[in-house]
Write a protein that binds this ligand. Structure first.
Ligand code: CUA
Length: 175
């Protein structure tokens, strides 16, 4: 997907640069007939505008389907394990903390007081997955742990004096 976006961006930039150069070349070759150049530029711009609109609609339509919208989550496979997580000032409350490697784990994340950030780390600096923990909402975060070990849960949203103390551990056991 990144490669496609990158290639498309390069193509579009190339077209814009080509049009720019073409208009600039026209400006010198017509001996400075500003009116003709302006009309040509407006005509080109109108054409590019509609191409951009059509491309935008087509790309949005094609890519929106893979977005995690409610209707799509309903069609997604059932998770193998569910962990309910509640953020408090200043601790994480997990209703269970052990899963098996390879399982599709769904975290149902909310907060009891203020906004927190639920971040799952492997080792010290590798963020595996994260979402907001918000009072009144349940955010579902699906993770398939591919390596056994202890994963640290840290808070990613400054939530008061002991924000840094919000730690929990999810244990992922081998098969
Ligand atoms: Cu909870 Cu920062």
């Amino acid at each position: 997907m990144q490669d496609v976006a990158w290639t498309l961006s390069l193509l579009v930039m190339g077209v814009i640069a080509a049009v720019f150069l073409w208009v600039a070349a026209g400006a010198s070759s017509t001996g400075g007939d500003a009116g003709a150049i302006t009309r040509e530029a407006y005509r080109l711009r109108a054409g590019l505008f509609w191409i951009a609109i059509a491309a935008g609609v087509a790309i949005s339509f094609a890519t929106l389907w893979s977005w995690p919208m409610p209707g799509h989550v309903a069609a997604a496979p059932k998770p193998d394990a569910v962990i309910k997580a509640v953020g408090h000032q200043w601790r994480w409350e997990l209703d269970k903390d052990t899963v098996r490697v390879g399982q599709l784990v769904e975290f149902e994340i909310t907060a009891a007081d203020v906004n927190h950030g639920f971040g799952i780390y492997r080792d010290k600096h590798h963020l595996v997955a994260q979402t907001q923990a918000m009072p009144g909402y349940v955010n579902r975060l699906r993770v398939r742990f591919t390596e056994p070990g202890e994963y640290e849960v840290l808070c990613l949203e400054y939530c008061g004096l002991a924000h840094h103390a919000m730690r929990a551990v999810v244990k992922v056991s081998g098969q």
